[in-house]
Design a protein around this ligand. Structure first.
Ligand code: GMT
Length: 374
């Protein structure tokens, strides 16, 4: 097939899923056209089936807010028409689903019918989308999509709860490339960062409020009182200055390392013992899946779709949002020499259930249905 993928090109989960999906589709023989405002961060290799089309917004002094959605819709029209696309797959409803609707209508006037598949990723529904500023457009554009998918059963449920959706929403979970995300031998790195054999806890995120990174630091502080440990923080975002302050207040600066927006996160995960995800909201938890694939068990909340991935007592432990004491207790339980090996093995085994090879055919079938519906 000739597939157009529209996404955010950033480190965020929706952009990562969209890019990894496009790469896997290209390797499977499809021609994949990425349409976005800059090169997706994970679009990092050459394949003859992969194409990238940048959306350009001409600057004009009148615009306080550049009309990205219009430039995106125009670019979609151009690419669908000239590259003869069979389907458009938009990731993250805002503003991609409504831009796709506009493109679709314009193309009809040119005698071209293009099916649109919309994948809901989380905050496009749970945080931003249900705000009254966007809700009517989000509802409309989901209902106008030819196929709708959500990354967890919980997100599907929330979408039906908050929006008047008449469409079937298919759950297609996040997936993982198990060749890239596997435990690698990085003993030298571990020796450098934890020279006394300390346990290594890790958190990766965009340091936004929903991630509750304060809780990460507090959980670490509780664990650190009982066992020698270090904390690795990967990523960056608006909460970072506050988190640094909290580390200083708790007197743990020397045991906390801010590693920034690392690309090879699998290398750091390979030396880690425990992943912390105390999120307030999380439609799936791709970062936890990446950790699990590298044999790192997960201490998480029960927010959103996380419990569909992290199985309590098997691949890690699950607590109520904000219950730091419980998460400290759980972390110590999982980290004990007696329990850690079985949790690590189970984490990897669970990740294998989300292998890209298993999920790719589900998306391909979804595209086929959308094409047949035209
Ligand atoms: O987690 C974020 O804040 C980034 C966000 C995004 O939209 O890029 O990630 C969302 O989509 C990921 C891929 O489907 C999911 O794994 C994340 O759980 C989800 N984040 C939230 O729901 C907060």
């Amino acid at each position: 097939m000739n597939i157009g993928i529209v996404c955010y090109p950033t480190f965020g989960g929706s952009g990562v899923v969209a890019t990894e999906l496009g790469k896997a589709l290209a390797l499977n023989g499809h021609r994949v056209h990425f349409i976005t405002y800059s090169q997706p961060v994970r679009l990092d290799f050459f394949n003859e089936n992969l194409f990238y089309h940048e959306v350009y917004i001409p600057p004009y002094p009148l615009f306080q807010f550049p009309p990205y959605e219009l430039a995106l819709a125009s670019k979609m029209v151009d690419i669908v028409q000239n590259e003869k696309l069979d389907v458009l797959h938009v990731h993250y409803a805002i503003p991609h689903a409504s831009a796709a609707y506009m493109a679709k209508q314009i193309l009809i006037t040119r005698g071209i019918r293009i099916p649109v598949v919309t994948t809901l990723h989380g905050t496009d529904i749970t945080l931003v989308g249900k705000d009254a500023s966007y809700e009517p457009v989000v509802t409309f554009s989901i209902n106008q999509s030819d196929g709708v998918t959500a990354v967890s059963a919980d997100l599907r449920k929330e979408t039906y709860q908050y929006f008047a959706i008449e469409k079937d929403i298919e759950v297609i979970p996040n997936f993982i490339n198990l060749e890239r995300f596997k435990k690698q031998n990085k003993g030298h790195f571990r020796a450098a960062i934890a020279p006394e054999g300390e346990k290594l806890l890790i958190h990766t995120s965009n340091f936004r409020e929903v991630k509750r990174v304060d809780d990460v630091v507090k959980i670490f502080a509780g664990v650190r009182e009982q066992v020698p440990a270090k904390l690795l923080l990967v990523g960056d975002g608006p909460d970072r200055p506050r988190i640094e302050k909290l580390c200083r207040e708790l007197g743990h600066c020397h045991d906390v390392r801010f590693l920034g927006k690392l690309e090879a996160v699998e290398e750091v995960l390979s030396v880690s013992d425990l992943f912390l995800m105390p999120s307030e909201k999380e439609s799936f938890g791709l970062a936890a899946l990446e950790a699990m694939a590298c044999e790192v068990p997960v201490i998480s909340t029960n927010a959103g779709g996380i419990p569909e991935l992290n199985l309590h007592g098997i691949t890690g432990m699950v607590s109520e949002i904000g219950d730091v004491d419980d998460m400290v207790k759980n972390a110590l339980y999982v980290l004990s020499d007696e329990n850690l090996p079985r949790f690590k093995t189970a984490a990897r085994a669970r990740a294998e259930e989300f292998s890209v090879d298993k999920i790719l055919p589900i998306y391909e079938a979804c595209y086929q249905r959308a094409v047949s519906s035209q």
